[in-house]
Design a protein around this ligand. Structure first.
Ligand code: GPP
Ligand code: MG
Length: 289
């Protein structure tokens, strides 16, 4: 946390609003077992949900090890989600540079570096997460290629046109999309790819359902309607090439998570929102033109 005058001035430059400060406080304090115990499975710490069917055999077998089996299975589904995100980045070479916008404890960044061998920069407004992720980079021996910075994704300070690819893995609900995509359009080279995985509410059912409001309240975020993503992309030279509705694929993750000791209580609102159709789990890949 910032203590000296210089550190406090730096924090004020990154955290411009009271809202951003409150989000940073939340993530600086966060040590939830649903994230830590899953990360400890293999050292990849994620801050997103999972996709794909779970293996029902994890629910059987010895009672004493059941919880650990579920934790490992949830972690496998979260890693599978990040693989699908990376699949949509297109051809990335070792000389390319990528940005993980809202990089959390670094899980997706390390997977990208492992897959493409390229440089990955992560930005986060949580100094705690930045320091955790940089320690992970040291431990993994990739700190020369994967770097995390205490920066605001709306104003990263990174070089214009420097990015072949950018992604947001469940982070866009904390920011204004026009501002965010304006910054991404600046950072991406011509033909560069942006991949977004997000939860968004359904314009067709109309407005924010009670279950979606409970999710907002739980994470101090502001879930956007589906339409807002496409409006803000179109206004910022980002042209969608793929839109994948992952809702059906994420429901098993939440059903399994509900049965685990690390459940946080937000499982029921997610399942309700997805099943009633007021909320989607969406992947959007778009090219910078
Ligand atoms: C959670 O990561 C993601 C968010 C906080 C954004 C909200 C996402 C939506 C799709 C609406 P996490 O892994 O830290 O959450 P949890 O602690 O619940 O696992
Ligand atoms: Mg989690």
């Amino acid at each position: 946390m910032p203590t000296t005058q210089t550190e406090m001035a730096a924090a004020d430059r990154v955290l411009r609003t009271e809202y951003q400060k409150s989000v940073a406080r939340y993530w600086n304090a966060e040590k939830d077992p649903v994230n830590i115990r899953l990360g400890e499975v293999d050292g990849l710490y994620h801050h997103h949900y999972g996709i794909g069917d779970y293996d029902p055999s994890v629910l059987e077998g010895p009672e004493a090890t059941r919880d650990q089996r579920i934790i490992e299975e949830l972690h496998r589904l979260e890693t599978a989600q990040a693989e699908v995100l990376l699949d949509h980045l297109g051809d990335i070479g070792p000389g390319d540079r990528l940005l993980d916008a809202g990089s959390g404890r670094g899980g997706t960044s390390f997977m990208a570096n492992q897959r493409f061998g390229c440089q990955v920069d992560g930005v986060s407004i949580s100094e705690q997460q930045v320091s955790f992720a940089n320690s992970q980079a040291e431990e993994r021996g990739v700190s020369d290629r994967v770097k995390f910075r205490f920066r605001n994704m709306l104003d990263t300070g990174l070089e214009t046109g420097s990015r072949r690819g950018i992604w947001t893995n469940e982070t866009t609900m904390y920011v204004d999309l026009s501002e965010l995509f304006g910054e991404f359009a600046r950072l991406l080279e011509y033909g560069g790819r942006y991949v977004c995985i997000t939860g968004c509410y359904n314009d067709v059912t109309g407005g924010r359902s009670k279950a979606v409001s409970r999710i907002d309240e739980h994470y101090t975020c502001n879930i956007h309607p589906r339409s807002e993503y496409f409006r803000a992309m179109a206004a910022n030279s980002l042209v969608p090439i793929n839109v994948v509705d992952l809702t059906a694929q994420t429901i098993p993750y939440w059903e399994l998570r509900e049965k685990c000791s690390v459940a946080t209580g937000i499982e029921d609102p997610f399942l309700t929102a997805y099943k009633e159709g007021s909320f989607h789990y969406l992947l959007i890949a778009a090219d910078r033109v």
